[in-house]
Ligand binder design. Structure first.
Ligand code: PLP
Length: 369
């Protein structure tokens, strides 16, 4: 039996009949990259509401969402931004693109940034705090917001992996100044190409990002500043609108799969941070922490089970960061986790027998170790 990590083709098969007419309508409309297209407005309205924020601005990627958000809270050359090193490289790229300096804070056993480490790393140069809600689990946002208020430093949330996730019943993306999302095909709310968006209650920030995504134009012909090209395509917006109507079902299925794993994986060998009562995790990934991780990964591969590592090289160990000659960063928890983490298949098309195969193979591996 084969267990795939990804399910793009299955997703297309199950959606094709209803999604194809939606795509054909956009193709026939002649409106492909309008910033005020029907599908774009519908998408922005819906996601701002889902995130409990006044404004949403659709963009070309989650990376642009982060870069524009940091820019709009004033991050510029030489400013420090506190963030974890165990994220996708894009979190840190957005800081570096603005001339900022990433300051890495270590993480908790649940892989999310440790609020105490954030406070310890604050200096006069700290211009923003960027927590990353990794794996679809929210960071400890109440504690982070307390620090943000105490030091008057804005929070830009990296919610690329956390659409629909909540902490103390408040959506990820609604805690800080700006929430940044990705709609890359790998995300729970996924397009068929690149995409992303920001949500905020700050009208000025939303307007600035709206202009920045379209050459800095304030109307068809007049520029306010030199901007970028970061518009979401109408066709992506149409796909996302279609998928927004099903996202709760997809999240529910991922949660059911996670629960199935949690109840059956042998806890003597396999560690996974339990979901707390005040969390609502959307399981963008289901990550276990295990000894002999690489050996287990190969063993699973030999049993036709595909897994990933998110992420094997923490960002502070990546070459471009090392070339920046930042102060030596000691991140023992991040580094240990990078050797122990393994993402198991969790997508909504998995059947019980797939999950049983994964569970049995992992438990057998450790019994025989
Ligand atoms: C945590 C995190 N931040 C940022 C991004 C960047 O998003 P995108 O690929 O849409 O630019 C991703 C996507 O992979 C991500 O997982």
């Amino acid at each position: 039996m084969k267990v795939n990590y990804l399910n793009f083709t299955e997703q297309w098969k199950e959606e094709k009949k209803r999604l194809l007419p939606v795509l054909l309508e956009v193709l026939g409309s002649g409106q492909y990259v309008g910033v005020r297209g029907k599908e774009i407005s519908k998408f922005e309205k819906k996601v701002s509401k889902d995130c409990g924020m006044k404004y949403a601005v659709s963009l070309n990627s989650g990376t642009d969402a982060l870069t524009f958000a940091l820019h709009s809270v004033g991050v510029k050359k030489g400013d420090e931004v506190i963030t974890p090193a165990n994220s996708y490289v894009a979190s840190t790229s957005s800081i570096v693109h603005l001339g900022g300096k990433p300051v890495f804070a270590d993480v908790l056993p649940d892989q999310n940034i440790n609020p105490k480490e954030i406070e310890r790393k604050i200096t006069k140069k700290t211009k923003a705090i960027m927590p990353v809600h990794l794996t679809g689990r929210s960071c400890k946002m109440d504690e982070i917001i307390k620090i943000s208020k105490k030091y008057k430093i804005p929070v830009v949330e990296d919610c690329a992996q956390a659409f629909g996730s909540r902490y103390k019943n408040k959506p990820c993306g609604s805690w800080g100044e700006i929430g940044c999302f990705s709609t890359h095909p790998l995300k729970n709310l996924n397009g068929m190409g690149d995409g992303g968006f920001v949500v905020t209650n700050n009208f000025k920030a939303a307007e600035k990002i709206r202009k920045a995504r379209n050459h800095g134009l304030k109307n068809r012909d007049e520029m306010e500043f030199f901007g970028f090209v970061s518009r979401m395509d109408n066709i992506q917006a149409a796909i996302l609108n279609f998928r927004l109507s099903r996202i709760h079902n997809i999240i529910r299925k991922r949660r059911v799969n996670a629960d199935y794993y949690i109840k059956r994986l042998n806890k003597k060998y396999v560690y996974f941070p339990q979901e707390k009562k005040h969390e609502f995790n959307t399981y963008h990934t289901f990550v276990i922490q295990v000894p002999h991780r690489d050996k287990l990964k190969s063993y699973l591969k030999n049993h036709n089970i595909s897994t990933y590592i998110h992420y094997p090289i923490p960002i502070h160990k990546q070459k471009p960061i090392q070339r920046m000659n930042l102060k030596e960063q000691s991140l023992p928890v991040t580094e240990l986790q990078s050797k122990q983490i393994l993402s198991l298949p969790i997508h909504h098309n998995l059947k019980r027998h797939h999950l049983d195969h994964v569970i049995k193979t992992i438990n057998n591996f450790f019994q025989n170790e």
